[in-house]
Design a protein around this ligand. Sequence first.
Ligand code: COA
Length: 260
Amino acid sequence: MTYENILREDRDGIAMISVNRPDKLNALNAQTIGELQHAFDELAEDESIAAVILTGTGEKAFVAGADIGELVHQTSITARPLAMKGQRLMDTIESTPKPVVAAVNGFALGGGCELALACHMRFASDNALMGLPEVTLGIIPGYGGTQRLPRIVGKGRAMELILTAKPIDAAEALRIGLVNKVFPQSELMAATEKIVRKVMSAGPVAVRFALDAVNHGTEMPLQDGLNYEATFFGLLAATTDLKEGMGAFLEKRPPKFTGN
Ligand code: COA
């Protein structure tokens, strides 16, 4: 598939995906959602890729929201399927079996904030501005924001962000746990890549199971989640990666994981 609104650049096992509509501050129109869906469906299966960094083109915006020019034409018949389409993309990103990290390089509003919320970690530039302003447009977040935001920052803070619609700066996003770290804008991509490469140096099967245990285990009752965790723990005992990781530690050498 040829993409018009996103870019993909592969760099030594990392796929850099950029939403590429800078003249519209990378707003998510239906076509862009479709292209991202296609890209993430492929990335999940692509054995040459161990991690994904998602960002926006330009220095101003990660993604400034769903495309309001399209939203204004929605009807009560078309809006629900549109929300489902956006939600499907966010679910796909969240359940990608390799780390997906958002490099939030500016505005991350509405659907842009929801896109970042679906990623496994969020690193932001110091000029980032994040929020869910939908109620000021007479709608509510429809790409998972009402569900993922409270799971990440707690119900009270999520209510405040959604009801007041007031975006927060990078420092506040860091304070409430909406982003993991903040970097000067010029350093964001390099710093994000460095953290991602650190994750990639670990056992790939362990990373994959850890993602699954956190993603799915936290949606279960505690005892079921613990059981789920223990099952993965048991499965890992059968991997050569476990023998390699522990052997390397005991032999005081770096591990060479094979993902088996
Ligand atoms: N949907 C469609 N177009 C958008 C957009 C969005 N969510 N966000 C920005 N754009 C477009 C603008 O319409 C403008 O296009 P134009 O040059 O053809 O008029 C272009 O991107 C640049 O935006 P502009 O508003 O001129 O930039 P700014 O720096 O003055 O303001 C924002 C930046 C982010 C504060 C402002 O664009 C904004 O409020 N956007 C909407 C944010 C929002 O409500 N998102 C949630 C949607 S559900």
